[in-house]
Write a protein that binds this ligand. Sequence first.
Ligand SMILES: NC(=O)c1ccc[n+]([C@@H]2O[C@H](COP(=O)([O-])OP(=O)(O)OC[C@H]3O[C@@H](n4cnc5c(N)ncnc54)[C@H](O)[C@@H]3O)[C@@H](O)[C@H]2O)c1
Length: 370
Amino acid sequence: MTIEKKNPIRVAIAGVGNCASSLVQGVSYCKQMGDKAIGVSFPDLGGYAPSDIEFVAAFDIDARKVNRPLGEAIMAAPNCTATFCDDVSEHKAMVRRGPDLDGFTAFMRNQNPERAFQGSPEPALTQAEVTQVLKDSNAEVLIIFLPVGSIEAVEFYVQCALDAGVSIVNGIPVFIVSNPVWAKKFEDAGIPILGDDFKAQFGATIMHRTVAALADMRGVQIDRTYQLNVGGNTDFLNMMDGDRLAMKRESKTEAVQEAMDARLAGDDIRVGPSDYVPWLNDRKVAYIRLEGRLFGGVATNVEMRLEVEDSPNAAAEALAAIRCAKIARERGMAGPVKAASAFIFKHPPEQMADEEAYRQMVAFAEGTTG
Ligand SMILES: NC(=O)c1ccc[n+]([C@@H]2O[C@H](COP(=O)([O-])OP(=O)(O)OC[C@H]3O[C@@H](n4cnc5c(N)ncnc54)[C@H](O)[C@@H]3O)[C@@H](O)[C@H]2O)c1
């Protein structure tokens, strides 16, 4: 099918890590492969293809990424995700030096520097300067791919976006779109936003939700469950710092709780990142177990093991979220884009069953609902 080409979607990135690498590669991959691209969520969304995205600005703090064109920076260590598109030279926007704030912690400074972040000696841009970069580059959407627990850093970039009139796509579990205070600021400013925390294309959350909903539909009583996740990228390394995990655990746990007819007691559900295994690099392994009772109170249990490359799994949904932000801007929408946020993110302002969120998001993209 030929998709009618509209103007490009101008995107800035905060955090040029593994997810950003897969996202940037993904745009070139879709351009180069056309109809033969594999695994694309929504090849056409409201007339937009993933290849309509153009990266116009980027921010990071790492010496190996700052002051390099985006196409080079995404391939720099400690990024370790799969290279599925070799030619990314078209992405020439320079990575600018953002402030460390709580994105670069004492914990990360004390890790093996080859596998952790290394601060750039460049002076960091101020809030006014980041805002100006967003304005000068005519960015329409800022996607946030900062480390888990970076509350100050996320709020810094979100404020810059608000001041520059730019939409937010918040990929991480710092609550912005699902926080009524931030949501109202964007609503008042007439800017649409999507978030929070990507629900990966074929990840542990969607698997867990699907099996839990299936058990409910078949009348099985769920008694307890866990989802243990291990991986070897910097996201998993950073999440070994337990103090930063509160919102990640809440986001992942609520995504499962909300998919079930009856909530489980706190001690009967455990969901979250569980360990860092360096040699896994960007591979993530999730172990999911549900225990329950069938007809007559007879015990049952199910176990699943999912293995995925972590970052392309998020990038697939990022490509959809960015296009939804553009569509919402064209329609003059303001504040959270609710159905798309419910389908694409773990912690949206309003949770919905996945099938319902899918139906409403497609209707939104086709212009048959708001
Ligand atoms: N992979 C998935 O499926 C998935 C799903 C949902 C959410 N996420 C979240 O997406 C985020 C990004 O994941 P990732 O794997 O790309 O992480 P990453 O560690 O590879 O990348 C983070 C990047 O942010 C940079 N950074 C740190 N502080 C900064 C600051 N103050 N300003 C600008 N840049 C800064 C780092 O240098 C690094 O390049 C994480 O919070 C992760 O939990 C990922």
